[in-house]
Design a protein around this ligand. Structure first.
Ligand SMILES: NC(=O)c1ccc[n+]([C@@H]2O[C@H](COP(=O)([O-])OP(=O)(O)OC[C@H]3O[C@@H](n4cnc5c(N)ncnc54)[C@H](OP(=O)(O)O)[C@@H]3O)[C@@H](O)[C@H]2O)c1
Length: 264
């Protein structure tokens, strides 16, 4: 047994597979107790037994369908009332394939429910309770398609642009409270998400696909370095910094009493 002093409890959504399952293991190794959330109770129970045995941490499993408001509401209540929770990982998400014009819009609505609405509700509950405690960490898993929506499914990309924007704004709101906020923008990562959304990932060039373990280790390194936005594969962080700086160049001119000359 490898017990480390507890860091509090990390609530991990989508902990039954892929990126969430890797985070659960890495957070356990950092001494976090865990509250693992997903729909597949059997997989969560198996992961919980392994993590308890390997790291000596406390692991609780909560079966929840995060497209269902009642299930989300219970987690919000838990975040608001359980002061042992010190980290929220908003990770559960689904993707979609195909054109907006041909889409099953009920499926898109469920994706928006999970990728946008649930992320917002849980982040709100965590922000409230962590700010009161003067500590805590909120990690939201977005995607690089937030920066390149023309390259992927429209609604999925827009949902991830929402997550990035929410995180940037939340970070400004929480400035000075002691709460850390991070958006992680993975590129293509080898998980079940592709198969689940009917996309043949074997067509994606191998040099574009990262293993989930490498992705999560980079994201946690970014968190340790105090990054607000982490893009695990981006070689030169100056490229991101220039992108952010371009917004500040426009900032003084984005809201004025007069329309620009070219519109007159
Ligand atoms: N893989 C990539 O290339 C990639 C790239 C950028 C961003 N991301 C993001 O990374 C996050 C994790 O995805 P992944 O790649 O690790 O995919 P994954 O292996 O398919 O894992 C998705 C997780 O979300 C859970 N989940 C799905 N629907 C749910 C629901 N209705 N209620 C509760 N939990 C639900 C799944 O568990 P159950 O089925 O047991 O509920 C599973 O644990 C997502 O937000 C995704 O958008 C992935």
């Amino acid at each position: 047994m490898n017990s480390v002093q507890s860091q509090g409890t990390a609530l991990v959504t989508g902990a039954s597979s892929g990126i969430g399952a890797v985070y659960a293991q890495r957070l356990a190794s950092r001494g976090f107790d865990l509250l693992l959330v997903a729909r597949d109770q059997q997989r969560l129970d198996e992961a919980a037994s392994k993590l308890r045995a390997e790291y000596g941490v406390q692991v609780e499993v909560v079966k929840a369908d995060l497209t269902q408001k009642d299930d989300v509401f219970k987690l919000e209540q838990r975040l608001r009332s359980d002061s042992s929770i010190s980290l929220l990982l908003n990770n559960a998400g689904v993707a979609a394939d195909g054109l907006l014009g041909n889409a099953d819009t009920d499926q898109l609505e469920r994706m928006i429910q999970l990728n946008v609405t649930t992320v917002t509700r849980l982040a709100s509950a965590a922000a409230s309770s962590f700010a009161k405690a003067g500590r805590g960490t909120i990690i939201n898993i977005a995607s690089v398609v937030a920066l390149f929506p023309e390259r992927f499914n429209a609604t999925y990309s827009a949902s991830k642009a929402y997550v990035l924007s929410l995180t940037q704004s939340l970070n400004a709101e929480l400035d000075g409270t002691g709460v850390k906020v991070q958006a992680v923008l993975p590129g293509v990562t080898r998980t079940e998400i592709w198969e689940r959304s009917g996309i043949d990932a074997s067509q994606i060039p191998a040099e574009m696909v990262m293993e989930a373990g490498e992705m999560v280790d980079a994201a946690l390194s970014g968190l340790d370095q105090g990054e607000l936005v982490t893009i695990p594969s981006l070689p030169d962080v100056a490229d991101w910094d220039k992108f952010v700086a371009a917004r500040y160049v426009m900032a003084p001119n984005l809201s004025k009493s007069k329309a620009a000359a070219r519109y007159k």
